[in-house]
Design a protein around this ligand. Structure first.
Ligand code: HEC
Ligand code: HEC
Length: 617
């Protein structure tokens, strides 16, 4: 077994290494997209309340909260000068607000692509970038004219953005495959890279297969511009999930040891290029497992990486310089062996439930935003020599009022909770949202005794497609919630009401906005005609409001597999029960062999039209 080397002793000062280009003038300027932001004089906070459709302004001296209703699912905020740019995920727009010193006022809406998510501004306040995740594009907005001046095509559903302090390089995190896009804004070029590759490890087998990697939240660049920090999950989805976990072994099921590895990936920036191939993966916990990290922010002095654990309502931090540099002798396998872990976390603190963003107003004063309890909590870093800890400060403000029914409210809390014994085993750090990320999907297929099963997206009213699960073997969403949490997740004590509340929450989610939905597009019109043709046969099974007859068929090697809903299907690659079709095009191609409908008589152009139609649902 390899030994763990303490990073600090290996640290070579930056001056001798590579340079990361220009640094921030003011280290407080957020380099990454965030759901919480600060005013230009750092006297107020801005918070995007997605579920409530509001943007709150919190005055830091008085604690007064002023809310502006913008609707459309305000998701992330970025401030450029006196203006505040808010991505409206459900309405294909960015709202431009102005701060009059007491409240926010809407100035304009800028049309962007589908499901705008991350938004960042440069420090000069001249440019804003927004990731239109479902369109796979990034828009560059000129802050003076408030016009989109450039559109950059990326891929893998870009959600999270970080901007290099110099303003000439942009990093976008994709929802799928751990993709990191590096955009050279001067040249207008895009390079796709991936999070570093890590193999699973177990005592019985040793090194196993390459783990699935995902980005799980807002990333950031440190003020010096030489490090990119990314909230990540490394997951062993290749080792068979034991359907009846062995009580003798710790865990089993989805929470078996080493399966879920939440971490912050620390990537050096060389010039402006992220060296993702040899990033260092810092586990978020020393023993057991935490929920996934939902955001990471760097303190203004560049010393601390502070990250939020959404499902546990906690904030943790580590010293960046201890964790930069090459991975040396240390592999992820080592750090997964709990006893071998060097203490890395310099502090952890309870913050607020659903914590998903930190804003610094000074090195000594920060605020976290929690979307489950709808609060902003003051957290003050304290230092004494090498010791760093956070104290809960005086400001604790409610930034939105719930407009959810009591059932949906309860269901949402349970769905996102990673430390709730009713839902999952102690210390497994497991929530429904771990896999049904964002109440949708992780894009992964999991190994079961009966073969691989893709995680279905839970967007929209899933109950309309009951029975659920690929094989249609769960009568209702509530039945599946009960079975999964009390079985595979090791939960102990979900009541029927809890399970029904979870189902109510799932059914309250909206459908994914599709790349071609509502577009007057001739390809879509032609594709619909093909889809409806009797000889092609798609509409025979994919019928009704959600494009499914809710029946099971013998298909793709299974005796019984349920017709999948095609609503929002473009937003949940890969496809089929085992995730074997990477794209929709692969699905229609598979149908050439008449395994599902018949596309054998269609021309290449007609196949493309069929895909265009699927992308409009
Ligand atoms: C480790 C990943 C993982 C976790 C954690 C998880 N799920 Fe799933 N979920 C899956 C997979 C994989 C399937 C497909 C299983 C199958 O059909 O055989 C699934 C299927 C479902 C379905 C059926 C959806 C459909 O359209 O058919 C529902 C509903 C669901 N899960 C809800 C939940 C809830 C509620 C929780 C928390 C109590 C949860 N899941 C936790 C991976 C996960
Ligand atoms: C006999 C009923 C039937 C017909 C006809 C049919 N489908 Fe399907 N469809 C299914 C079933 C069952 C599944 C799930 C298959 C699986 O996952 O193994 C499915 C899955 C899909 C999926 C993947 C959905 C996902 O989330 O993974 C797409 C896309 C799709 N069908 C499109 C089509 C198109 C296009 C046609 C016409 C060429 C068609 N289907 C014809 C029953 C049918």
């Amino acid at each position: 077994m390899k030994s763990v080397i303490k990073r600090a002793s290996l640290w070579i000062p930056l001056a001798f290494g590579c340079s990361g280009g220009p640094a921030l003038e003011d280290g407080r300027h957020p380099t990454g997209s965030q759901a919480i932001g600060t005013s230009s004089d750092y006297s107020a906070l801005y918070v995007a309340n997605a579920a409530e459709g509001t943007v709150a302004r919190v005055d830091l001296s008085s604690g007064t909260v002023a809310s502006l209703l913008v609707d459309g699912e305000p998701t992330r905020v970025a401030r450029a000068g006196r203006r505040v740019f808010v991505s409206l995920r459900a309405s294909r727009q960015v709202a431009v607000l102005e701060d009059d010193g007491a409240r926010l006022v809407e100035v304009k809406r800028i049309g962007v692509g589908r499901e705008p998510f991350g938004v960042v501004a440069n420090e000069l306040g001249t440019r804003v970038y927004v990731a239109s995740s479902l369109s796979n594009t990034i828009q560059e907005i000129d802050v003076t004219s408030l016009e989109v001046i450039r559109e950059i095509r990326v891929g893998d559903e870009p959600r999270w953005l970080a901007l290099h302090p110099g303003g000439n390089a942009l990093y976008a995190g994709g929802a799928w495959r751990g993709s990191v896009f590096y955009v050279d804004l001067t040249l207008g070029t895009v390079e796709r890279t991936q999070l570093p590759e890590v193999r699973s490890f177990s005592f019985d087998v040793g090194e196993g297969e390459v783990m699935a990697r995902r980005i799980t939240g807002d990333m950031a660049v440190n003020p010096k511009g030489d490090t990119l920090v990314i909230p990540t999950m490394y997951e062993d989805n290749a080792t068979t999930v034991e359907e009846e976990p062995d009580p003798e072994r710790f865990g089993g099921g989805y929470g078996s040891p080493g399966r879920m590895n939440p971490s912050i990936t620390v990537v050096e920036i060389d010039g402006e290029r992220p060296k993702t191939s040899d990033g260092l993966i810092v586990p978020t916990a020393e023993g057991g497992t935490t929920g996934y990290p939902s955001s990471v922010t760097v303190s203004p002095d560049g010393e601390l990486a502070v990250f939020t654990i959404e499902g546990e309502g906690r904030v943790h931090a580590f010293e960046i310089e201890d964790h930069r540099g090459d991975r040396g002798d240390e592999t992820f396998a080592d750090v997964r062996i709990f006893e071998k872990i060097e203490p890395r976390l310099v502090f952890e603190s309870f913050a607020n439930m659903g914590a998903r963003g930190i804003a610094f107003v000074s090195n000594e004063r920060a605020f976290s935003y929690g979307f489950i309890d709808r609060t902003v909590q003051e957290l003050n870093p304290n230092r004494d020599g090498s010791q760093v800890w956070f104290e809960l400060g005086g400001l604790h403000s409610t930034v939105a009022q719930s407009n959810l029914s009591p059932d949906v409210e309860l269901g949402r809390m349970l769905f996102y909770a990673a430390n709730e014994p009713r839902i999952s085993m102690f210390n497994a750090g497991l929530s429904c949202a771990t896999c049904h990320f964002d109440a949708r999907t992780d894009g992964l297929s999991w190994a079961f005794e009966g073969g691989r099963r893709q995680t279905p997206s839970l967007a929209g009213r899933v109950s309309l497609t009951a029975p659920v699960r690929w094989e249609g073997d769960a009568a209702t969403v509530a039945a599946d919630a009960m079975r999964t949490s009390q079985g595979l997740m090791g939960g102990e004590g979900l009541t029927t009401r809890d399970a029904e509340a979870i189902a109510a929450f799932i059914d309250s989610t909206r459908d994914v906005d599709s790349p071609r939905k509502g577009m007057d597009d001739p390809a879509v019109t032609r594709g619909k005609v093909i889809f409806d043709r009797a000889d092609v046969g798609c509409a025979g099974c994919h019928s009704g409001e959600r494009h499914t007859d809710n029946q099971v068929y013998a298909m793709f090697g299974l005796d019984a597999v349920k017709t999948r809903s095609l609503t929002g299907v473009a937003g949940s690659p890969p496809y089929l029960h085992d995730g074997s079709a990477p794209t929709l095009y692969d699905v229609v191609l598979a149908s050439r062999s008449r395994i599902m409908g018949d596309t054998s008589m269609l021309s290449e152009a007609e196949l493309q039209d069929l895909v265009a139609y699927l992308e409009s649902l």
